[in-house]
Design a protein around this ligand. Sequence first.
Ligand code: GFB
Length: 312
Amino acid sequence: MGIAKNARIYVAGHRGLVGSAIWRELQAQGHTQLIGRTRAELDLLDAAAVAKFYAAEKPDYVFVAAAKVGGIQANNTQPAVFLYENLAVQNNLIHGAHVAGVKKLLFLGSSCIYPKLAPQPLREDALLSGPLEPTNEWYAIAKIAGIKMCQAYRRQYGCDFISAMPTNMYGPNDNYDLQGSHVLPALIRKFHEAKSRGDATVTCWGTGAPMREFLYADDLARACVFLMENYSDEQFINVGFGSDLTIKELAETVRRIIGFKGEIVWDSSKPDGTPRKLMDSSRLFALGWRPQVLLKEGIKLAYEDFKKRYGA
Ligand code: GFB
């Protein structure tokens, strides 16, 4: 079920962390007809514009890596934006793909779809088995709707639309805005700037006790292409690294890699979020996929990318 090298492949969100990694992977695999649109070129919130784009470009395959994303603070303070924009973008892309007769579509969700206190590691069948984590339930509800949309279009129209649920991601082209970003890019920036300024301390959010699992974007990209070629079940599938660590351990690791000599201070007025969200990725591992980039190695690569983009 390989994708032909000259197939027309649309990567929605091709400038983002995940979309740009999928784009790199497809290029590396020799795919020649990649389609991408910047936000200025195509407003994914505009259903008519998306329909027109699909009709003109007629992609065979679609990767839905376009989404309104952000870390705990952005999710917690902009519930309306996270719910509305994600629902609209995915509705337009998924419904539009059906109308345009797209051969296959991969929708990307998130590990936050699982209930806050679901048994760990998180298995796919934990979906909708309990209440969500409040700091990101708006984003989670949109992503759950996206999964259901793919399943519904498969059942009613026979569309080959699949969904993958990645764990917390990091890597090149991440967002380093300290109010909006996820924890890993935030830590890279905070330790880098503190070291440059000669600060005595770096302040991190929460208690440091929550545990998180991290996957390097290029690993996720390899999984996405692999799934596009080898997976066509209605059941969505987890994509994780396989182990997690505390935010405290993560902060220590980033501190050492960057070489900041000062101390870490914890600001417990900021939310911790969900206590743990380690994915059970055994269904994907059983198909033969494995992550390749270890956390320390990945953080070094992400730090190189940060310095390249924002100056040493
Ligand atoms: O990555 P993060 O923002 O999101 O935060 P979630 C993870 C943990 O790191 C939380 C702590 O316990 C934060 O309190 N943390 C420590 C920090 N220092 C910082 C910092 O400087 N910045 C940030 N951002 N966090 C997101 C969801 O949850 O996970 C999204 O909000 C999405 O919806 C994503 O699903 C994968 O892991 O808590």
